[in-house]
Design a protein. Structure first.
Length: 88
């Protein structure tokens, strides 16, 4: 999700998160060209990806570039999946 600068609306950004052979995870996005984020955990990777997406979109706004086509988040409901790490 990203907050649009001028109105504060939240938008949904699809992320593809994959495990790396050497450990950690990498995220890319079909919605935001150039978004690549890497972290030690899925949660960290998603947090980094959110920041990268925001910076890319803010740059598009600042430079008058075409914005990615994003879906507006419903103000009433968001269905998502979250990773839960269990330590044994």
């Amino acid at each position: 999700m990203i907050r649009k600068n001028d109105s504060g609306d939240e938008y949904l950004v699809e992320l593809d998160v994959e495990a790396l052979d050497e450990g950690g995870f990498v995220a890319t996005s079909p919605d935001v060209q150039g978004l690549v984020a890497q972290g030690k955990t899925i949660a960290e990777t998603v947090d980094i990806a959110r920041d990268v997406a925001r910076k890319i979109i803010e740059s598009c706004i600042a430079h008058g570039d075409t914005l990615p086509k994003l879906r507006r988040r419903s103000k009433r409901k968001l269905v998502t999946t979250v990773p839960v790490h269990i330590v044994k």
